[in-house]
Design a protein around this ligand. Structure first.
Ligand SMILES: Nc1nc2c(ncn2[C@@H]2O[C@H](COP(=O)(O)OP(=O)(O)OP(=O)(O)O)[C@@H](O)[C@H]2O)c(=O)[nH]1
Ligand SMILES: [Mg+2]
Length: 446
């Protein structure tokens, strides 16, 4: 399925100065642009060195041109790449020449969108292109590459075809059975649905890890004033990022730092100590602290170990959002002569000496279910996790219908909805607005 479009052009390299800058052209007029700009059409996939001419035949720059005739190109269309000197004015002149020769400025992500529309890649792969460009760590690069190569899509397709088989089976029953068929008697269906649920659970866990690598986790350090929150932040990022003093109520603003925990991006947030206060500045700080806690993936509740947990911590715990994971750390271990007996489920650390910090780092990874071995992972987005969750819900509902109502039509309908939800990941079934949303977040020229 090859669709025809107008011809688009964009500067594909990052704005600013560089040794080389690339203008990329894609569409039915790419060959004509090449002939006018270079004087001739380069042989497919072979570098041609020469002057680049504008629409009036004036030389703009000298450089290398590459021509990729469709369908074996990035977009599936005829593609021309002009590699000139990477100055912003040179690039603008070159792009301007292409526009004069009949090209239109490409929208963000339009090259990749065309690759998707021309079946050069599926939606999950197209998203992986953007993830690869935005990757914040080597681990994130590897997982994006795995998705781009189709690692994620293949798993989705496997489950999709299992779903199709099941639907064929169930709908055949619908068509051919006179009366309500007892599907339960076909133990096979029950078994197949359960194995589908297993497969979905495994894929969801892999996707969750991939999403964690891509987006990182928001970790909020909270607790009473003077517990040592800012000292802990400084210790974790290994620099004096936050002000530390012996005065309770030192931190007022929200302070953000980034940390890579064996490739897992952590967004650390230090907050104002939580207490009743009459000081309007401190009150605002505390309000912001709670706002951060509401958004957190994980809270580190810091307790001054020399004082232990009191009514204040109890109040903080009661206000924490339900289901938000919390790791409790007792700080100032260096000042304890013996460990309190009542604190079993907590970690002891000293932000001052660094004792217990490596254990804390392990606990963080465990709590976020990060294996620390990103090999085998692929990049995944919230959109994918959402689609997987809906798929699972529908398969689960099919299972329930099978057991409880034994109504074949309802089982069939749930399976159809499951397939639809799963298909969204690779874009087998996608609404136009979804496509617009995905591709508009790309950079220009990609
Ligand atoms: N002995 C000891 N003192 C610590 C430790 N961690 C922090 N402190 C001290 O405790 C005091 C408060 O530390 P901060 O890190 O500012 O505490 P905070 O929780 O950020 O306090 P607020 O910003 O006021 O809410 C400072 O005097 C620190 O030097 C520790 O592990 N051991
Ligand atoms: Mg502080």
């Amino acid at each position: 399925m090859h669709r025809s479009f107008d011809t688009i052009a964009a500067i594909a390299t990052a704005p600013g100065r560089g040794g080389v800058g690339i203008v990329r052209v894609s569409g039915p007029h790419a060959a004509e642009v090449a002939r006018r700009c270079l004087g001739r059409l380069p042989s497919p996939r072979q570098a041609l060195y020469g002057p680049f001419l504008d629409a009036r035949g004036e030389v703009i720059d000298d450089g290398i041109a590459l021509y990729f005739p469709g369908p074996h190109s990035y977009t599936g269309e005829d593609v021309l790449e002009l590699q000139g000197h990477g100055g912003p004015v040179v690039m603008d002149l070159l792009l301007g020449a292409c526009l004069e020769m009949g090209c239109r400025m490409a929208r963000a992500g339009e090259f990749t969108e065309r690759a998707f529309l021309n079946d050069r890649m599926d939606l999950a792969q197209a998203e992986a292109v953007a993830d690869l460009i935005d990757a914040g760590s080597a681990a994130a690069v590897r997982s994006a590459r795995r998705s781009l190569e189709g690692g994620f899509s293949r798993q989705v397709d496997l489950i999709l075809s299992a779903l199709t088989e099941l639907r064929v089976f169930v709908e055949a029953d619908l068509d051919f059975s006179e009366e309500e068929l007892d599907l339960l008697a076909e133990g096979d269906i029950q078994y197949r649905i359960e194995s589908l649920l297993d497969q979905l659970a495994t894929l969801t866990e892999q996707a969750r890890q991939g999403n964690l690598l891509r987006e990182g986790a928001h970790l909020v350090i909270a607790g009473r004033p003077n517990a040592g929150k800012s000292s802990l932040l400084n210790r974790l990022v290994d620099r004096e990022a936050a002000i530390v003093t012996a005065i309770p109520g030192t931190t007022r603003d929200v302070l953000r730092e980034h940390l890579s925990l064996d490739g897992l991006p952590l967004h650390l947030v230090d907050t104002a100590g939580l207490r009743e206060s009459d000081d309007p500045v401190e009150q605002e700080g505390i309000r912001r602290a709670w706002a951060e806690i509401e958004r957190a993936d994980l809270v580190l509740l810091v307790v001054d170990a020399t004082q232990g947990e009191g009514e204040e911590e109890g109040e903080i715990r009661r206000r924490l959002p339900p289901r938000l994971p919390v790791i409790t750390v007792y700080n100032k271990l260096d000042r304890l002569t013996e460990l309190p007996a009542d604190a079993s489920d907590v970690l002891f650390i000293s932000a001052r000496t660094g004792e217990g910090i490596s254990t804390l780092r392990e606990a963080l990874k465990a709590q976020l279910h990060y294996s620390g071995h990103p090999e085998g992972l692929f990049t995944a987005r919230r959109r994918h996790l959402d689609a997987l969750a809906r798929t699972r819900d529908h398969v689960q509902a099919a299972n329930d219908q099978l057991i409880i109502t034994r109504a074949t039509e309802l089982v069939a309908e749930e399976l159809r909805l499951a397939q639809e939800a799963l298909g969204e990941i690779t874009g087998r079934v996608s609404a136009d607005d979804l496509l617009g949303e995905i591709f508009s977040s790309f950079c220009i020229g990609k």
